[in-house]
Design a protein around this ligand. Structure first.
Ligand SMILES: NC(=O)c1ccc[n+]([C@@H]2O[C@H](COP(=O)([O-])OP(=O)(O)OC[C@H]3O[C@@H](n4cnc5c(N)ncnc54)[C@H](OP(=O)(O)O)[C@@H]3O)[C@@H](O)[C@H]2O)c1
Length: 341
């Protein structure tokens, strides 16, 4: 459904409650510091819409914002304690109020994308980071696109430039980003090898991986002949080792990974990749996702035709958010958990 063309100043529906339930944390810590609080409902500012949240996909960044790790991230999110107490960033739901200058959306429109503090009954989103939800895509599915889906799309298709017949290695094929990445690479005709933990190999094969390897028992060198493209989403392998697993003109896209230390969390690998890239025919790079309405719409279109299907491990309520975060921390999820208020 195309966005409506109604132009509006701040329009808030009269029956909206002034407070809302939200998943909060007032200090940095593990899932045990997570609380459910009644907090003031936000209002949309200029260029923003207020979304009644139907679903919020849980991704790793939410865990980082919960723990405040790596420490470097605290410069942006609050040095001593989190500035934004409400967790969550991926969102899908219905517009219930529009801010000044918003012309593309009106109350009642279904939207999805990102909104800071999406683990709540309401959240405010910048219209530049949301798109209209296609009729055939559920809110639960749409809520996995804004960060996880778009990161995979950007890494595999935009920056990775995956081609039919190429040998692609997805390191971390079973998670929120990886489950999209495997499907996208396979759908573009690549021969996909996906690394995950042993218990999840069947799940990842079901996403379209031609070969699965257990990263706990298989070294990078044993994962197969050199690859045309490596999408690095899990672990903390050195740029040098990743480079050795590439064909002479292969491409590396570092997306993320845990275990890179409490201060920088592995971001230093991006720096090394940029340096090493100057001295090789291979393309060594990294990708940092930025949510755009256009990207959201592009991936939602694929999902509406079922060429890509978001992997939902579980759907739980706000009260279960802490447990879902624990499950993510322990590596128990296949795809991602979605929180529905
Ligand atoms: N650059 C960006 O814009 C961007 C955006 C989103 C996320 N990220 C980052 O990307 C990473 C993944 O995010 P996510 O939301 O997909 O997290 P996730 O759902 O927890 O997935 C993590 C994945 O990494 C795998 N893994 C763990 N250890 C591994 C190892 N040693 N070797 C290979 N794979 C390993 C896991 O496999 P098992 O579960 O099977 O053990 C799982 O597939 C995080 O570091 C996150 O911060 C970056």
């Amino acid at each position: 459904m195309p966005p409506s063309s109604q132009e509006s100043s701040v329009t808030v529906e009269p029956d909206l409650p002034t407070t809302m339930r939200a998943v909060t944390r007032r200090v940095y810590g593990g899932p045990e510091v997570v609380d459910i609080e009644q907090v003031p409902r936000p209002d949309p500012g200029p260029g923003e819409v207020l979304v009644k949240v139907a679903a919020a996909g849980l991704d790793r960044a939410t865990l980082h914002l919960l723990t405040g790790l790596p420490y470097a991230a605290r410069a942006a999110f609050g040095l001593r304690r989190p500035r934004q107490p409400v967790l969550g960033q991926q969102v899908a739901g219905q517009v219930v109020a529009v801010g000044e200058g918003v012309s593309g959306y009106a109350a009642g429109d279904r939207v999805f994308g990102t909104a800071a503090g999406s683990l709540a009954e309401f959240a405010v989103a910048d219209v530049a980071t949301v798109a209209t939800t296609p009729e055939s895509v559920s809110d639960v599915e749409a809520s996995t696109i804004g960060v996880s889906g778009l990161t995979a799309l950007g890494a595999v298709v935009t920056q990775g430039r995956v081609q039919k017949g190429e040998r692609v290695l997805v390191l971390g094929g079973s998670g929120a980003v990886g489950s999209f990445a495997v499907q996208l690479a396979a759908r573009h005709g690549a021969e996909v090898t996906a690394a995950c933990s042993g218990a999840k190999t069947e799940f990842v094969a079901g996403l379209g991986a031609h070969r699965t390897v257990d990263y706990r028992t298989t070294s990078l060198a044993q994962m197969g002949d050199p690859f045309d493209l490596i999408i690095d989403i899990g672990g903390n392998r050195s740029v040098g080792r990743l480079r050795s697993a590439l064909r002479p003109e292969g491409r590396l896209v570092i997306v993320g990974g845990e275990g890179g230390g409490p201060m920088l969390g592995g971001i230093q690998r991006n720096f090394w990749a940029s340096i090493a890239n100057r001295f090789t025919r291979r393309e060594l790079g990294w990708f940092f996702s930025r949510t755009t309405s256009q990207g959201c719409a592009q991936l939602a279109e694929e999902i509406s035709t079922r060429t890509i299907v978001p992997s939902i491990d579980r759907i739980v309520g706000l009260a279960e958010a802490s447990r879902a975060l624990t499950a993510m921390q322990r590596g128990e999820l296949r795809g991602q958990a979605v929180i529905c208020p």
